[in-house]
Design a protein around this ligand. Sequence first.
Ligand code: NDP
Length: 280
Amino acid sequence: WWSADTLAVVTGANRGIGFEITRQLALHGLTVILTSRDIIAGEEATKTLLEQGLKVVFHQLDIVDRESIDLFCAWVKEKYGGIDILINNAGVSYNTGSENSVECAEKVINTNYFGTKNITKALIPLMRSSDEGARVVMVSSRLGRLNGRRNRIADVDLREQLEDVESEDIIDSTMSKFLEQVKDGSWITGGWPQNNTDYSLSKLAVNAYTRLMARTLSERPEGQKIYINCCCPGWVKTAMTGWAGLTPPEEGADTPVWLALLSGQSTSGKFFAERREINF
Ligand code: NDP
C-alpha cells in the first residue's frame, strides 16, 4: 500500500535496532527520516544508507528536549506537510545482566515513557489521512508486560488500573510514586517489578499508554485512522545489552517493520513479538 512518498520517522535511529528499522523500511521503498539526538552520529548513519541507494533524510531529534521536538515538528510540517508512520524506538537502559541499579531511574522513565509520549503527542496532529491509516509502533519490551507472571507490580489494584487506564494520569502518577520511592530508598519494598526495575516500569508505562491511545484514536473517523501497537524486538545484540543479546539487530527490527507495514489492518492497542500477538 505504500510508495516512495510514504514517510516514516524513526527515533534513536543512528544505531542498533533503530538503524536497522530505518534501513529495512527504506529497502521496502519508503522515504525514512532517520532521527538522532547526536547530529554527527545521525549524519554518519544517514550517509551509510544513502550510499546504499536508500531514500533516507536526517534530522536531529532528542525526545526529552521540548525545543528539539518543536523544531523537528515544524521542519516536518514545512518540508512534507505530514508523516504516515512513527516508530518510537529511542530508549535507554543502564542495567546490564542481573544488575538492578535504579541510579538512573529518572533518566530511564523520562526517556522511555515521557519522551516517547511527548514525541507521539507532538506528531499525531501531523499524521496524514489515508485509506490504510497512519501507524505508530512502540518498540517496547516483554519486561513491561502488564500481566507478566514473573516481573509484575505486586499491588493488584494498581495492576488492574494500569491494565485498563482511562487517562494517562494514573500512568504518570505511578511513575512519580516510583521515582519518589527511588529518592527515599523505599523502592526495594515498594512491590515494583524485580528485574530491571526502572526499565521494566518505563516499558510497562509505554504499554499502558499504547492501549489508552489506541482507544482514544479509534474514535477518529474513517480515512483519518491512526493505529498504534507495541512490540518486543527480542533480546538483541546492541549496545543496550552490552552486545550480549542473542538476536541480531536485523531480526530485532523485523517485527516493528512488519507491524508498521501491515496491510488492510485495523489492529490497534496490541502487543507483538516475532510477528505474533502476545497477551499483555
Ligand atoms: P541502543 O542503545 O543501541 O540504541 C538506543 C538508541 O536510542 C540510540 O540511538 C540512542 O541515541 C537513542 N536515544 C536514547 N535517548 C534518546 C533521546 N533522548 N532522544 C533520541 N534518541 C535517544 O539500543 P537498542 O537498539 O537495543 O534499543 C532500541 C529500542 O529497543 C529501545 O527502546 C530499547 O528499549 C528496545 N529494546 C531493546 C532490547 C534489546 O535487547 N536490545 C530488548 C527490548 C527492547 P545515542 O546513540 O545518542 O545514545
